[in-house]
Design a protein around this ligand. Structure first.
Ligand SMILES: Cc1cc2nc3c(=O)[nH]c(=O)nc-3n(C[C@H](O)[C@H](O)[C@H](O)COP(=O)(O)OP(=O)(O)OC[C@H]3O[C@@H](n4cnc5c(N)ncnc54)[C@H](O)[C@@H]3O)c2cc1C
Ligand code: FES
Length: 268
């Protein structure tokens, strides 16, 4: 890997070598990058903005959650949905890409007094959960994963422990949404003590989950997605409206004040 190209606070823009690309389903790959300076300061929930090739197409970088950190390596779980993600997944091992990060805030795993964490994810929203689970487990927390998808092909449980699955079509696990499964499982899980929920997934899932948690006064962090350009607060492409404590609404830049917000702040 080449030296750091740019450093602002702990955010770096570096050229990182692709060590491995591993396809785990028809449209999802795990890409391992040698990126010591990002690996050293990444936190669960933070993300990187990757220039997937050297040409002008696509011009903009693409944002990805940090899936896992192992020593100098970071792993990214990428679902192919368009040209940027397709190019990234097809990049040869040994090639380099520019990586800007770690960006954004992170899941709040410090301030809350909880002993059980429920990680709720849908589809590619499972990407940040491995890093989060490992960090929580190292703190001695009990971790349960509730993972949802439309069909069993959408379920991504790579290396996660204690996984419970839901599918919309009933092809695997609980038949229904992952929030329905949470409603079903929660009475048993709550016996273990204070809990906190951490979630990432499609917006309708996050809205349903926020409503569920807010009605029950359960602490919940949500990792949101938006279109992003720069990733560092310059382009204003990632504006999202959130609630304010006094009942109003304010606009945040998700790349700076997110991607993680308290569920109470989500406009549902
Ligand atoms: C903070 C953050 C973290 C993310 N983490 C991951 C991750 O870990 N793994 C991963 O695979 N993806 C992740 N994403 C989504 C990823 O950035 C997009 O899928 C990617 O930018 C699409 O690029 P593309 O060139 O392939 O698709 P494009 O050609 O840009 O778009 C193809 C189609 O997908 C739609 N689209 C683009 N971006 C999104 C999006 N974010 N959500 C829904 N539809 C979209 C477009 O409107 C278009 O219809 C994350 C996004 C954010 C903001
Ligand atoms: S992505 Fe440019 S301001 Fe947030």
């Amino acid at each position: 890997m080449s030296p750091v190209m740019l450093e602002i606070n702990s955010i770096v823009d570096v050229r990182a070598t692709i060590v491995q690309t591993r396809r785990i389903s028809s449209d999802v790959s795990i890409i391992t990058l040698n990126c010591p300076s990002v690996a050293a300061t990444a936190k669960p929930g933070s993300f990187v903005n990757v220039k997937v090739n050297t040409s002008t197409q696509p011009l903009l970088r693409r944002p990805f959650s940090i899936h896992n950190v192992q020593g100098n390596l970071i792993e990214i779980m990428v679902k192919t949905i368009g040209c940027g993600t397709a190019l990234f997944c097809d990049t040869q091992e040994g090639s380099t890409v520019m990586v800007l990060g770690p960006l954004g805030n992170c899941f709040n795993i410090i301030d809350h007094d909880f002993n059980t964490a429920i990680l709720v994810s849908g589809g590619i929203g499972t990407a940040p959960m491995l890093f989060l689970e490992r960090t929580l487990a190292a703190q001695g927390k009990k971790v349960i994963n509730l993972i949802g998808g439309r069909t069993k092909e959408d379920l991504l449980a790579q290396n996660l422990s204690d996984c419970r699955f839901s599918t919309d079509d009933g092809s695997m696990g609980f038949k229904g949404t992952v929030v329905d499964m949470l409603r079903n499982e929660l009475p048993d899980i709550e016996h273990d003590g204070t809990l906190k929920i951490f979630a990432c997934g499609p917006n309708p899932m996050l809205k349903a989950l926020a409503k569920f948690c807010n009605e029950r006064h359960i602490a919940c962090d949500l990792s949101l997605e938006s279109v992003m350009g720069c990733g560092i607060g310059i382009c204003y492409g990632c504006s999202v409206e959130i609630n304010t404590p006094d009942g109003g609404i304010r606009t945040i830049l998700l790349c700076r004040e997110g991607p993680v917000i308290d569920a109470k702040l989500l406009v549902v």
